[in-house]
Design a protein around this ligand. Structure first.
Ligand SMILES: Cc1cc2nc3c(=O)[nH]c(=O)nc-3n(C[C@H](O)[C@H](O)[C@H](O)COP(=O)(O)O)c2cc1C
Length: 368
């Protein structure tokens, strides 16, 4: 089928982007990977307080949707959180900084959800140092409900162009306790240019692109079989797959038309960004990274409450040699000397997007 017209496509969650021809839609009936999305529906269906809280925690944002959490229930009040080292991202996250941020998001959602059923959570972060568990969490009765709880099922990462609408100052004010919000046009333009330069480096560095492509799930059956990583799904994209227009090989080949479309779409997202959210830390310890994740997910819940869209754009913050110049620029633009930029995100008004897949809670439990 000839490609006649380009169209940006929404995806089922996931990270990669694709734009291609219109006209293949309707290829299949429903291609929704229901099993992969089931954890969003089963959240909150547990009576046991820790399971209740964990069923929301697994909905946390996390890099490449690797879901690097492994949990263990101990006694009747304790959760031990481990990082699943089989889920590392050795190329784009060589020091596991981003994975640890994702675990911070997990701990924060667990704590918020526990508050909904009147449990406070005492967290000990890396209590045995880096070789031990990420956290030991003790649940005890008595907590004030966290109003952000209601946003957990609605939070998304929005990979789309955002409207050219400035964020009103009174809305920005409601985010300032959560992150640094950059709306100043000159700085926004500089960050936009930086994120595009960094994205280009990543997609043209074969080891980095390979890491993403290897984690891409093509179509409903791959997504249901491995409900993680970067997901490409839906009737239209599966149509393209069936016609050989969307393939692993194409995603790896800078000479292919598919790759060019991918680059164009990515550029279109990044170019259409009216503001940025930034989280920095004075140190860069594991505890700082956990803390950054806790802040990030609270920001993402608050943006959800305010009808704003958010997407991390992490490439310039990644610690591999090809990115060192952009890493330095990001730190010059966004942080004070000596600080670490832990998260950078595009912020604006984007369209509604679908949920991303999750492994069921039971599969992420050591004793499950
Ligand atoms: C530390 C961290 C870094 C991330 N970096 C990116 C990124 O560079 N680009 C992107 O599109 N999403 C990024 N994400 C978002 C994840 O891909 C997303 O949370 C995951 O795919 C699950 O989707 P959801 O947030 O819609 O539930 C990042 C998330 C975290 C926590």
């Amino acid at each position: 089928m000839p490609i006649t017209r380009r169209k940006t496509l929404g995806l089922i969650g996931g990270g990669t982007i694709f734009a291609a021809a219109a006209g293949i839609g309707g290829f299949a009936a429903t291609r929704t990977p229901k099993a992969a999305l089931a954890p969003w529906a089963t959240a909150g269906t547990y009576d046991e307080p820790r399971m209740f809280a964990l069923s929301y925690a697994i909905l946390a944002p996390n890099p490449h949707n690797r879901q690097p959490w492994l949990v263990e229930l101990k006694g009747d009040d304790t959760v031990i959180l481990h990082r699943d080292t089989a889920r590392d991202l050795p190329h784009t996250d060589p020091f596991q900084r981003q994975l640890v941020i994702g675990l911070g998001c997990f701990l924060e959602l667990m704590t918020i959800a526990a508050s909904e059923i009147d449990y406070a959570v005492d967290l000990r972060i890396y209590p045995e140092g880096e070789a031990g568990p990420v956290a030991i969490a003790t649940f005890r009765k008595g907590a004030a409900k966290d109003p952000l709880f209601a946003m957990i099922p609605h939070r998304r990462t929005c990979r789309n162009p955002y409207a050219d609408t400035p964020i009103p100052a009174e809305v920005v004010d409601q985010l300032t306790g959560f992150a640094t919000i950059q709306t100043q046009p000159k700085l926004v333009a500089e960050i936009r240019a930086l994120t595009w330069e960094a994205a280009n480096i990543e997609i043209h560095t074969p080891a980095m692109q390979r890491e993403s492509v290897d984690l891409t799930r093509f179509g409903k059956s791959e997504i249901n079989a491995n409900p993680d990583g970067i997901t490409l799904g839906g009737t239209f994209l599966e149509g393209l797959m069936a016609f050989g227009l969307l393939t692993r090989e194409g995603q790896m080949n800078p000479e292919s038309r598919e790759f060019a479309t991918y680059v164009d779409t990515y550029h279109n997202w990044l170019a259409n960004t009216p503001a940025y959210a930034v989280i920095t830390s004075t140190g860069n310890t594991r505890a700082d990274q956990i803390n950054a994740g806790r802040k990030w997910v609270r920001l993402n819940l608050q943006t959800t409450a305010l009808g704003l869209s958010l997407q991390p754009v992490s490439q310039a913050l990644q610690e591999y040699p090809e990115m060192s110049k952009q890493y330095a620029t990001a730190h010059r633009l966004l942080a004070n000397p000596g600080e670490t930029v832990q998260m950078l995100g595009r912020l604006g008004y984007g369209p509604d997007v679908g949920k991303s897949p999750r492994w069921p809670l039971k599969t992420r439990m050591l004793d499950g």
